[in-house]
Design a protein around this ligand. Structure first.
Ligand code: SF4
Length: 348
């Protein structure tokens, strides 16, 4: 027995749902987004940027990126550092790395052309089922549905399905997709989830689907379908090292963390590790004992940065690499947002 039968899902309800959703989209949907084009390359970039990131945050990054790299050919020549520079501040930097890896795969496996079938798109690094479907459907090359966080929440409430029942939700999402206007429909899915059936305080009383919604009126107490996750608190210790030319020492983060591939002051999990590292390079004597703090919040982690400064103006015996010194005016590579905060404070 399929999950549809269990849900007592019938074709009249499906028709009504499609009609109501598209009618709402025609009136309120976000149809003027800059990536509303048929160019599969531009749609790819936008869909990667939109992974775990809100539309309003993505828009300026997308515009900058497309201005610099308007097509696949131009982007193919870009280095990872150049891509990272444009990605600075957008977060989830592995996405930029995946774009760079994809370029090599496109070159080797698809003769330099962006793939145009679902399975080929899915084979690119960093692309899952929803992203592949969105790229295919928005570019008019196919007809597939999606299940991102917004759609999952919306469908799980409207059809009262547990939000961890991925098979049932995927089946439902695909089944509701109409033959015509599939691209508008999946955009409507996303927009509805983020503008009406919102994470907190959904607009149930104004919702045109409330007559068929099985959770109406939705309240977290009568529906525990969506679990809340609290952000984790973390401490980071950063060491800002400045030389006599007022250049700053930065290292490319090569280990697996949130900022892999970007350039940063050396960072540590605690003060003791920072001091040990400073001692190994004979920096202790130049270390300023004053520590300043600032918060850096991501959606899932609240960081407290503790910053120590080391001014090595008069200290010659240090053994740090000579290649890692950068002048603030000539930084043309990716740095994390917290590093910008450090630079701004340093400029003060
Ligand atoms: S009635 Fe409320 S819970 Fe149901 S689909 Fe509309 S906004 Fe979402």
């Amino acid at each position: 027995m399929s999950s549809m039968t269990k849900l007592n899902y019938h074709s009249k309800l499906r028709t009504l749902f499609r009609k109501k959703l598209l009618k709402w989209y025609d009136r309120y949907g976000r149809d003027s987004l800059p990536w509303k084009v048929r160019d599969i390359y531009k749609i790819w970039i936008s869909e990667i940027m939109l992974q775990q990131t809100q539309v309003k945050t993505v828009i300026p990054y997308y515009k900058n990126f497309i201005t610099k790299y308007p097509n696949l050919k131009k982007l193919s020549a870009a280095s990872l550092d150049e891509i990272m520079e444009l990605w600075s501040g957008l977060g989830f930097y592995r996405r930029a790395e995946n774009i760079h890896k994809s370029l090599r795969k496109i070159e080797n496996d698809f003769d330099g052309n962006f793939p145009e079938t679902y399975d080929d798109i899915l084979s690119l690094p960093g692309i899952g089922r929803t992203t592949a479907s969105a790229i295919l459907t928005f570019s008019g090359k196919g007809h597939r549905s999606i299940l991102d966080g917004n759609v999952k929440r919306f469908l799980s409430r409207a059809f009262k399905i547990r939000d961890n029942n991925m098979n049932a939700l995927w089946e439902l999402s695909e089944d509701l997709l109409p033959e015509k206007r599939a691209d508008d429909f999946i955009q409507a899915y996303m927009d509805y989830g983020s503008l009406v059936c919102k994470k907190s305080k959904p607009l149930c009383y104004e919702c045109p689907i409330n007559t068929i919604c099985m959770s109406y009126p939705y309240t977290p107490s009568n529906n525990n379908l969506v679990k809340k996750t609290r952000p984790v608190k973390k401490e980071i210790w950063a060491l800002v090292i400045i030389n006599r030319n007022k250049d700053i020492y930065l290292e490319k983060i090569s280990y697996d963390n949130l900022w892999k591939g970007l350039y940063s002051s050396p960072i540590f999990h605690n003060k003791s590790d920072l001091l040990k590292w400073a001692s190994s390079f004979k920096l202790n004597k130049s270390l300023n004992s004053v520590t300043w703090k600032f918060s850096h919040n991501l959606s899932h982690i609240k960081f407290t940065f503790n910053v120590m400064v080391c001014d090595i103006k008069y200290h010659k015996k240090i053994s740090l690499s000579v290649d890692n010194w950068y002048n603030l005016s000539s930084i043309d590579f990716g740095i994390p947002k917290y590093q910008t905060t450090i630079f701004n404070k340093y400029k003060e």
